[in-house]
Design a protein around this ligand. Structure first.
Ligand code: BDR
Ligand code: CA
Length: 316
């Protein structure tokens, strides 16, 4: 089994990635770190806990991540795209306990120490918590097997700005740090994930086979997401599954993605280009090599994506 530690700013496509992980027979979910991003950190935690409770998997640790970016800026949330609480029309119950203010690094490090060289990290939101974890305890973090990031846009446009993708822009300092300092990184950028569309017909098919409370959340969430996307990109045929694609990459679904290896920088001092992800794809540019050379997804095989998603999400 693949042991995944998922960092989520639990909005709709994050939820789809988590549901896929919970449904997949080869995934052992080692924990979910809730981070600010689409929603506040506490809402991300609440949404993750809710999905786990629907799946009867309350034993999976839910770990408090970061509440704001490394530069200290007040975060902006995205209710227009992901709904008031991040899961479209779904409103998870408010838990009795309050979350501690601090990022729970000790719990995060504990998960890694308990599974040395077995954990694959998948970041579906800002890189803040991950970057801090590397700064605080590189000795423990070196026991992570591999890291997958949903982030960046290597072909413009971005989504949050004309040049930048939301996760990298949301903490450009952290994204830049992780791309340079974490080994075995794979980046699954927006220019690839925007091809990973689920159509309303696909959603109806999934819903027609949904026998569990967890799977029954998909249609209301993705119907909402579809309406949001009609505003963002009028006429789009479905909803782009950014975070789900990154999670599938972490599962190394055969032939899903092709990759190029290049060093990556993220503009964290920008005047006109904040959050821009930069890699050299000119025809004569050479691939980098070694553990500190990230692998960048450059192309999605859509038919592989769709077949795999429908297979996993229509299992009971
Ligand atoms: C990313 O930003 C968020 O809206 C999504 O959840 C995804 O992680 C796409 O840019
Ligand atoms: Ca996300």
């Amino acid at each position: 089994a693949n042991k995944l530690l998922v960092f989520a700013d639990t909005g709709i496509d994050d939820a789809m990635a988590i549901i896929y992980a919970l449904q997949h027979p080869d995934v052992e979910l080692a924990g979910i770190v809730g981070d600010f991003g689409n929603v506040s950190r506490d809402q991300a935690l609440r949404n993750a806990s809710y999905l786990l409770s629907l799946a009867d998997r309350k034993g999976v640790p839910v770990i408090a991540g970061a509440t704001r970016a490394l530069n200290g800026e007040e975060p902006e949330f995205f209710p227009d795209i992901h709904g008031e609480e991040g899961l479209g029309p779904i409103r998870p119950p408010v838990p009795a306990e309050r979350y501690a203010n601090r990022t729970n690094f000790s719990r995060l490090f504990q998960v890694i120490k308990e599974n040395p060289n077995e954990i694959t990290i998948v970041v579906l939101g800002r890189c803040t918590t991950l970057a801090m974890a590397w700064m605080i305890n590189p000795a423990v973090m070196k026991r992570v097997k591999a890291t997958f990031l949903m982030g960046g846009a290597f072909l413009v446009p971005g989504n949050e700005t004309e040049l930048a993708e939301a996760n990298f822009l949301g903490d450009a300092t952290a994204a830049n740090f992780v791309c340079a300092h974490a080994p075995n990184v794979t980046i699954v950028p927006l220019n690839v994930t925007r091809d990973a569309l689920l159509t309303p017909a696909d959603v109806n098919l999934i819903d027609s086979k949904a026998t569990t409370p967890l799977l029954r959340t998909i249609k209301p969430m993705l119907d909402f997401y579809y309406e949001s996307y009609q505003v963002l990109e009028p006429g789009i045929q479905g909803t782009p599954q950014h975070d789900l694609t990154a999670l599938m990459a972490a599962m190394e679904v055969p032939n899903l993605l092709s990759y190029k290896r290049r060093n990556v920088q993220v503009e964290d001092q920008g005047r006109y280009s904040s959050g821009l992800s930069v890699a050299d794809f000119r025809p004569a540019s050479a691939a980098c090599s070694g553990p500190y050379c990230p692998r960048i997804a450059v192309q999605l095989d859509f038919s592989v994506f769709r077949a795999n998603v429908l297979d996993i999400l229509t299992r009971s």
